[in-house]
Design a protein around this ligand. Structure first.
Ligand code: SAM
Length: 496
């Protein structure tokens, strides 16, 4: 255990103060401090192993956890930091001074400054940029207000932490390393796509840390650290970072044969939005005779709709069997065309679950409730073959890894309409046809046990259809078997 100074105690006291008495400020600044083991991991991977003297920057250094740990390895003169919080900077300086009292205070004051980390340090380069920048998402305006210019080219919703990552690429030279703590969503969030592309154009993610549970006291956000080496040969597909984290979540690696097309080649995949949600609300009744079943995500299981057999919620109300008064809806005008377009044979896909949950509406008799995705086959496409694709374990493992971190619960599989359309088709036509037949009988099964046996058979044959490793089947089946508990927790498995 490293020695502790009086200034370290002051840092702890200040963090306790923010946690206990100044929660709004802590949230607004994104001030959740980093545990020592994670600081050590980051420095182990960001600094040269041979002890070469190099310079390090933490652009959002807080009370200086990274700076103090780096100073213990490299000396106080090697470390640089910035933060918007003057009290945190005062403490960071004091801690560094306590580490090496021979370094004049003025020198430390030039290295560790009250400044916006997104604009400070222009023109400087460091061997490594490390740290745990604020995660602020849409709250960012409270903090990094002066930094708008650094968001240019990034989406308006790009998290501040990803903006720090983008900016840090400019602050290291060739061979330099950027290792910043990021929310797990950086792996797949659409709004971080430009940042992933910037990383891919400048270097590669050469090491990766992530945890399957929260490591920051006071926030449930899941985090990761992609270690980016500038100038390293690109190895990671900018849209495929999720695969880096998959092993930590027990998701088996799958390589799908290329070039066989995607779901979008065979079907239209669409999600509905608030217009449909609010527009529908006045026409929904419980157990309305002759009404059209409204199927919510919670009612969709693999090859099964539990509509009418399980209660559900819609527009803040509980229903036993939510039913749409179609005549009144048509008379009302607004959603008539929408309803006609949806009342066709289709698959309904729950946006998020332990696996991809999809059920066939063979007769076009159900309406989807937001955020259910509708998959409407084209003229020559077969509903059951599409269902078999969405039940295929390698497809689900592929989606789980690729879109990891975008769901509410990590480890749950979340797919948008666009992502459903991008799911790959199998290579083996013969096995696929058999999978489609089994999916159809699974959905028609008279009992839960019968359905389970048929689903398992569908999963096995579809694993063959993709010529994939049986590990994806074992993983998928383990998740299908576990039913969600009463609290609605999707029950995703914790990796060993
Ligand atoms: C999550 S804390 C991490 C602190 C430190 N890296 C650590 O792990 O101990 C984030 C810090 O970012 C600071 N911050 C927020 N916006 C900033 C900005 N635009 N520039 C510099 N620091 C900022 C907050 O004051 C807070 O101290």
């Amino acid at each position: 255990m490293a020695r502790r100074t009086g200034a370290d105690e002051a840092a702890d006291a200040y963090e306790r103060h923010l946690a206990e008495h100044d929660r709004d400020r802590r949230r607004a600044q994104g001030a959740f401090y980093t545990p020592p083991e994670l600081v050590a991991w980051v420095l182990d991977h960001a600094l040269p192993a041979d002890g070469t003297a190099v310079t390090v920057l933490d652009p959002a250094c807080g009370t200086g956890h990274f700076l103090v740990a780096a100073a213990r390895r490299l000396g106080v003169r090697a470390v640089h930091g910035s933060d918007l919080d003057p009290e945190a900077i005062r403490i960071a300086r004091e801690r560094l001074h306590a580490e090496d009292p021979t370094v004049p205070a003025e020198e430390i004051e030039r290295q560790v400054v009250v400044a916006d980390g997104l604009t400070a340090w222009a023109g400087r380069t460091f061997a490594a940029v490390v740290g745990n920048p604020p995660f602020l998402g849409q709250l960012r305006r409270h903090s990094a207000g002066r930094s708008e210019e650094h968001r240019r080219g990034l989406g308006a919703y790009t998290d501040t932490s990803a903006v720090f990552l983008r900016r840090s690429l400019d602050l290291v030279g060739q061979g330099g390393v950027v290792a910043l703590v990021q929310p797990l969503s950086v792996l797949a969030a659409r709004d971080a796509g430009a940042v992933r592309a910037a990383v891919a154009s400048r270097g590669a993610v050469t090491d990766f840390w992530c945890a399957d549970g929260p490591v920051f006291a006071g926030t449930p956000v899941l985090t990761c650290v992609p270690v980016v080496r500038v100038g390293a040969a690109p190895s990671t597909d900018p849209d495929g970072w999720g695969a880096l984290a998959a092993p930590a979540f027990g998701i088996p690696a799958v390589t799908l044969p290329p070039g066989t097309g995607t779901v979008g080649d065979l079907a239209d995949c669409t999600a509905d939005f608030r217009d449909q949600y609010y527009g529908l609300a006045p026409f929904v009744h419980d157990r309305l005779p002759g009404g059209v079943p409204l199927v919510t995500t919670g009612l969709i299981d693999p090859a099964e709709s539990r509509w009418g057999r399980a209660p559900t919620r819609f527009a803040r109300r509980r229903y036993d069997a939510p039913s749409v008064d179609l005549a009144a809806l048509r008379a009302g005008g607004g959603l008539a065309r929408w309803a006609d377009a949806r009342l066709v044979p289709k698959l309904l896909v729950a946006g998020q679950g332990r696996v991809i949950e999809a059920v066939a509406d063979e007769h076009g008799a159900w309406l989807p409730s937001v955020p259910v995705v509708s998959v409407v086959p084209g003229v020559r496409a077969d509903l059951w073959r599409l269902l078999a694709v969405l039940l295929a374990p390698p497809v689900v493992a592929h989606a789980a890894a690729r879109y990891l971190g975008t769901g509410l619960t990590p480890g749950s599989v979340k797919v948008s309409a666009r992502q459903v359309a991008a799911l790959p088709l199998p290579a083996d036509e013969h096995a696929w046809a058999e999978g489609a037949r089994l999916a159809r009988v699974a959905q028609a099964a008279a009992s839960g046990d019968e359905r389970a046996a048929l689903l398992a058979a569908t999963g096995r044959i579809m694993t063959d259809a993709y010529r994939a490793d049986p590990a994806s089947y074992d993983w998928w089946w383990g998740r299908v078997r576990r039913r969600p508990d009463e609290s609605g927790d999707p029950g995703w498995s914790t990796p060993a």
